[in-house]
Design a protein around this ligand. Structure first.
Ligand SMILES: *[C@@H]1O[C@H](CO)[C@@H](O)[C@H](O)[C@H]1NC(C)=O
Ligand SMILES: *[C@@H]1O[C@H](CO)[C@@H](O)[C@H](O)[C@H]1NC(C)=O
Ligand SMILES: *[C@@H]1O[C@H](CO)[C@@H](O)[C@H](O)[C@H]1NC(C)=O
Ligand SMILES: *[C@@H]1O[C@H](CO)[C@@H](O)[C@H](O)[C@H]1NC(C)=O
Ligand SMILES: *[C@@H]1O[C@H](CO)[C@@H](O)[C@H](O)[C@H]1NC(C)=O
Ligand SMILES: [Zn+2]
Length: 481
């Protein structure tokens, strides 16, 4: 039996979903997840970004990443924290609402509505803590809420009316995370949020000089952050992932533009609705009165050349925005450039997001650097649902059920950290085959030994031996996960 056990251990070390080996001096590294809200994938193309460029040379850069739909802040950030599509984690909008009382809460107060966030999916902070790690979160959407009664060990929620663009405050927040949280408190994982360049992109548009200046501010902050990691002695044991929740698209305006205004559409009446979520960027949702769904759908469908009208179950499959009961029966989506207005054209932002996640303007950037990442590597685009599995792997924790997979990002890992054969690299096929053969052979040996010893033990001591057989079963399952 001892021999069987040894084989099990070896297989375990090679197993498909095994976390990083945790022996020796380079044990578990710390992880910092940063979101710069609304940082579009190509924002480094028309601005000098020396610090982001250095980070790309020293780490990994994706051409872009694909966010979940709908492409707005709270839902998309909760996907980063859970690895789930929005229809699966249930934070389906920035706004909490109740269709029978007509109540709505905007972005900030919704942060404090526990049942809106805690809808059956656990964010990575809680999972990490349940597995013995220490997590913190600064301003990241979802921080204020508790999940099955738990929160991140250390959390900082911004006050209402917070100034999200103050560079001095950004540096103070970086100092807090590096010096106090990773340093003194020795946290393993921190999520850190900055509300820009989203605010500036909305107000002035993504092509404005103001947005470019804000990207310079982001770049300086990245430089500050990395030198802060260095001066706190963290650089060698800290992995950093920087990404965003969505991009930004210019809204067309002026007298020539045929704006989307539902009140102007013939055959459509607000009296036919029980509830509406409109005037919130490019996506609207409607709850028609009992029996009037078809009527409202027929009135709106095809009524405007830049408005798409779907029954929730008919949304394009790539959006993964159908399943959840909170999604209202009719979903209206404008083409990039347009927003959905209700009674009056009240929206005045020059930039917006929320559009189809296939639109290039909605794609965020992605960078990663640290001891577990390759250097100077540019990778193909991937969906942000996969970042969660990557983070769990880096932290050495078992993920919750999620929609992503480590295979989407494994090729970014430094070769010593790719505990499993990498799916993408050239010489991995032979390696895969060898490992595969080894695993199969190993399992056959184990099965043989188990069966033999089980039979033998059974003759002697029925109960005890069946327990041992079960233990072996468990080990085999784990090693082939
Ligand atoms: C909406 O409000 C009604 C009336 O207060 C309540 O019965 C219902 O549970 C609420 N629904 C949700 C989803 O909060
Ligand atoms: C998620 O929210 C829906 C609708 O608000 C509710 O019916 C459901 O019970 C919630 N599930 C969990 C696990 O909280
Ligand atoms: C936010 O702070 C910055 C200074 O860093 C200032 O320039 C800006 O005007 C402030 N914004 C508001 C709305 O107060
Ligand atoms: C910016 O933040 C710093 C540090 O928190 C604060 O002292 C300063 O008053 C802020 N400036 C503005 C304009 O809000
Ligand atoms: C980074 O990689 C590119 C090619 O992909 C190469 O031209 C460049 O020299 C590399 N830079 C460094 C610092 O290794
Ligand atoms: Zn956002």
């Amino acid at each position: 039996m001892l021999w069987t056990f040894a084989i099990c251990l070896q297989l375990g070390a090679l197993s498909w979903a095994a976390p990083l080996a945790r022996s020796g001096p380079g044990a578990r590294n710390k992880l910092l997840l940063i979101s710069f809200d609304g940082f579009r994938w190509d924002y480094d193309r028309d601005v000098d970004t020396p610090h982001l460029d250095v980070m790309a040379t020293e780490g990994v850069k994706a051409t872009y990443v694909t966010p979940p739909f709908l492409t707005i802040t709270s839902p998309s950030h909760f996907t980063l924290l859970t690895g789930q599509y929005i229809e699966n984690h249930g934070v389906i909008h920035n706004m909490w609402f109740n269709t029978s009382t007509q109540q709505r809460k905007p972005y900030y107060p919704t942060q404090f509505v526990d049942e809106w966030w805690d809808n059956g999916s656990l964010p990575i902070w809680i999972t990490a803590q349940r597995q013995g790690l220490k997590a913190g979160s600064l301003h990241f959407p979802g921080t204020a809420s508790s999940y099955q009664g738990q929160k991140a060990l250390v959390g900082e929620v911004e006050p209402a009316l917070y100034n999200y663009s103050n560079e001095t405050a950004w540096r103070e927040n970086v100092d807090t995370v590096m010096g106090s949280w990773f340093g003194k408190l020795d946290l393993d994982f921190v999520s850190l949020y900055f509300g820009e360049p989203d605010g500036t992109g909305h107000k002035y548009g993504p092509d404005s000089p103001e947005r470019r200046a804000m990207v310079s501010q982001v770049d300086r902050t990245v430089g500050y952050l990395r030198s802060s990691a260095q001066s706190h002695g963290l650089a060698e044991r800290l992995n950093i992932i920087i990404t965003a929740d969505h991009g930004m698209s210019t809204i067309v305006r002026g007298s020539q533009v045929n704006q989307i205004l539902l009140s102007k559409i013939p055959g459509f009446s607000f009296r036919d609705l029980d509830f509406q979520l409109l005037d919130y960027g490019p996506v609207g949702m409607l709850l028609p009165k009992e029996g009037l769904l078809d009527k409202v759908h027929a009135a709106l469908k095809g009524a405007h050349p830049h408005l798409h009208v779907y029954r929730k179950e008919e949304l394009p499959a790539h959006m993964h925005y159908s399943r959840h009961p909170r999604i209202l029966p009719l979903v209206l989506i404008a083409d990039p450039g347009y927003v959905v207005n209700g009674i009056f054209p009240v929206q005045s932002n020059k930039g917006e997001h929320g559009f189809d996640n296939q639109a290039m303007d909605m794609k965020p950037f992605f960078r990663a650097v640290g001891p577990d990442f390759q250097q100077n590597l540019t990778v193909e685009p991937f969906e942000t649902i996969h970042i969660y599995a990557l983070m769990c792997h880096l932290l050495g924790i078992t993920p919750e059920k999620n929609d992503g997979h480590l295979d989407a990002t494994r090729h970014m890992l430094a070769s010593g950290q790719q505990t499993e054969p990498s799916g993408g690299s050239e010489n991995s096929i032979l390696f895969n085959a060898l490992i595969g053969l080894g695993v199969v052979a190993g399992i056959l040996v184990i099965v043989f030994v188990v069966v033999v010893s089980y039979t033998r033990y059974r003759r002697r001591k029925p109960r005890e031996s069946s327990e041992e057989a079960n233990e072996n079963d468990v080990q085999i399952k784990q090693s082939t996960m």
